[in-house]
Design a protein around this ligand. Structure first.
Ligand code: NDP
Length: 410
């Protein structure tokens, strides 16, 4: 039915590639392209054996529009699934426009030199995608992604008016490392060290990082301290569901994780500007000036999130707790998925955080190729019909559960 190009060969891309191969009636041709060709080749070898496929590979620097245009012009994909880093969103969107390809990603654009993410840069492509008759689907991971679809599903089936939205993200897994991040360390640490932000009464309210927190109860897990963070889906959800009076995002962190994070920040290792230092030359002939970005160096010495899967136990639990009106009365609703790290590892060799991101990315691409989620323009996932996505979640490994009229604790 369609030819897909996956860009990136990290944890999320690995899961998406497995899932694409499991749906080969829809994804009839598959290519994986990334900065390091050997990683693409290793992944393709594994998939070709496991699923009896002929996955192709290529090397591409996705920071270069020219390199992307050349690859897209020769492979001619129907959809490009961008699972590289947020820094590459704009170059890949530009290349898709120039070559007539549809586009999907899981994280909004972020400039390398400022730890700041927002949709404006990608929404600016709207008219060009519309005019070209192409579809760009933004933020199709778990959060953003499934959480936005959960919200759209609640609005469609359970409420006349959404009023209070709390997205709650708990990772109750244990990878048995002193400190590690669950996805790309550079992107992850940039995200969680920012100031908190939430929406209330038509305006954004800023907090100090991790300033607001409270214990919340997660299904099959129990109480976990949950911290209010700025998260990207809030920005589009309050626009697409304007009756929302307050929208917040909460994520759990253990005390040990926070202590490490404090130390990393206090000693300057989360800095994203370039620093120079003097080091002895490797050949022993004096010294040289070396430039590094501390956070990028830290990424190089931290555990690779792709290697965490084998010893990862426990589960993630991510969902939406919503309060709103139906037939004039107030109701509450909690919709969530729990995902086991071990089950994710058994199926794809990756831990649950990569799994919960890669599966929805495949589902979004599948719905686009099937014509169920395809309209010209640049769209956040809540702008599409949530129903086909919700049924795919149940079939593709991320079943969801609902609780009605319970105490939301929020
Ligand atoms: P990884 O660091 O494991 O993988 C990133 C991949 O992109 C690597 O293969 C890397 O290549 C490749 N890459 C980086 N720069 C370039 C470039 N210039 N050109 C080509 N390829 C490049 O990250 P993850 O798999 O953990 O995360 C992938 C994405 O998923 C991120 O954008 C992250 O923000 C997002 N995400 C979204 C979530 C959601 O729920 N919505 C949750 C978790 C993650 P190399 O191997 O050479 O470094």
């Amino acid at each position: 039915m369609g030819r897909v190009l996956i860009i990136g060969a990290g944890g999320v891309a690995t899961v998406a590639a497995h899932k694409v191969c499991q749906n080969k009636r829809v994804f009839t041709e598959i290519m994986i392209a990334s900065r390091t060709l050997s990683k693409c080749d290793a992944l393709a070898d594994l998939l070709n054996k496991k699923y009896d496929m002929q996955v192709r590979t290529a090397r591409v620097d996705a920071d270069s529009v020219e390199e992307l245009v050349s690859l897209l012009s020769s492979y001619k994909p129907d959809i490009v699934v961008n699972l590289a880093l947020p820094y590459q969103d704009l170059t890949i969107m530009e290349a898709c426009l120039r070559t007539g390809c549809n586009y999907l990603d899981t994280a909004n654009y972020e400039p390398r030199d400022v730890a700041h993410f927002e949709y404006s840069w990608q929404w600016a492509f709207r008219e060009r995608f519309e005019r070209a008759g192409l579809c760009a689907i933004l933020g199709c991971g778990f959060d953003p992604g499934v959480t936005s679809v959960f919200t759209a599903y609640a609005a469609k089936h359970h409420f006349d008016e959404l009023r209070y939205l709390d997205i709650v993200d708990c990772n109750a897994g244990n990878h048995h490392k002193a400190f590690a991040t669950n996805f790309n360390p550079e992107i992850n640490i940039r995200e969680i060290t920012q100031k908190g932000l939430y929406w209330e009464n038509s305006e954004y309210i800023e907090t100090e990082p991790m300033e607001i927190h409270k214990p919340l109860t997660y299904p099959d897990i129990g109480l976990r301290e949950s911290y209010l963070l700025h998260h990207e889906e809030i920005e589009s959800l309050v626009i697409n569901f304007p009756t929302i009076k307050r929208a917040r995002f909460w994520m759990t962190f253990g005390q040990q994780y926070l202590t490490y994070l404090d130390v990393i920040q206090n000693i300057g290792m989360s800095r994203i500007d370039e620093v120079t230092y003097t080091a002895p030359k490797a050949d022993g002939t004096g010294t040289e000036t070396v430039r590094i970005v501390p956070l990028q160096f830290l990424k190089a010495v931290l555990p690779n999130p792709q290697d965490l899967g084998q010893n990862y136990d426990g589960q993630t639990s991510i969902g939406c707790r919503i309060r709103g009106l139906r037939d004039g009365a107030e109701h509450t609703y909690y919709v969530y998925n729990n995902c086991s790290h071990q089950a994710a590892y058994g199926e794809t060799g990756m831990q649950g955080v990569s799994y919960t991101t890669g599966v929805p990315a495949m589902i979004g691409a599948k719905l686009l190729l099937e014509g169920k989620w395809s309209k010209p323009g640049v769209h956040n996932v809540e702008e599409f019909d949530p129903d086909p996505f919700m049924s795919e979640l149940n079939e593709q490994g991320l079943p969801w559960h609902e609780l009605h009229d319970i105490d939301l604790e929020l």
